[in-house]
Design a protein around this ligand. Sequence first.
Ligand code: ADP
Ligand code: MG
Length: 226
Amino acid sequence: MKNEIERAEKLNTLGELAASIAHEVRNPLTVVKGFLQLMQRDDKADNHPYIPLVLSELGRAEVIISDYLNFAKPEFKKLERFSISQILSDVMLLLNALAVKQGVELVSDLKSEPFLFTDRNQLKQAFVNIIKNAIEATPSGGTVTVSLSVSGDQAVVTVADTGKGMTEEQLSRIGTLFYTTKDKGTGLGTTVSVRIIESMQGRVSFKSELGKGTEVTLHLPTVQND
Ligand code: ADP
Ligand code: MG
């Protein structure tokens, strides 16, 4: 009983509650999806017409959850000191499959080794959402470059793509909750990322030119190297 109370007390923000619900909901969704896929392969089932629709809606629920929660676990308020270049390398490794599938080259230019003191899983989530958008906006043959440098006491991360860019109107709406221009978009990724970075006393800015590409710059406060 004591444990239950302590757990409940830790869930003191809406964000943390949302993250733990998402985490719990993802497992049953995966199971349901697996069984539906089995049913789809079974010739005897006469309910086939609905299965693709159900699977596609399940896929959509999964995308919504992963925009919120790729890494965050219920105990995601763990604060620690870590190397930001390590986190960027992890995220790029994770997104490399998507880049290859899209024919996009993912390039990293990690010039320095700044350290942060914050929640590494939340930071990963923020980077995944932003780098994923860059890959999705870039046509085959294009490049997404992730750079890391230091300016004063700030780590500076830029994610630059050679993709379709945005109009001024689109640029003014980016980061608005549920704003999306994609068929299967959620409009959650950018909002969640900006919120995470700002909760770490960081800043995010977007520069874009239609037809040329987009550059997202993130500033994050660093801590001493040792
Ligand atoms: P989603 O990816 O589900 O659409 P996001 O919040 O991640 O939601 O992004 C919102 C919108 O911002 C996208 O639909 C797209 O129009 C625009 N956007 C974000 N990043 C880029 C980018 N790198 N290049 C062009 N457009 C972008
Ligand atoms: Mg997105």
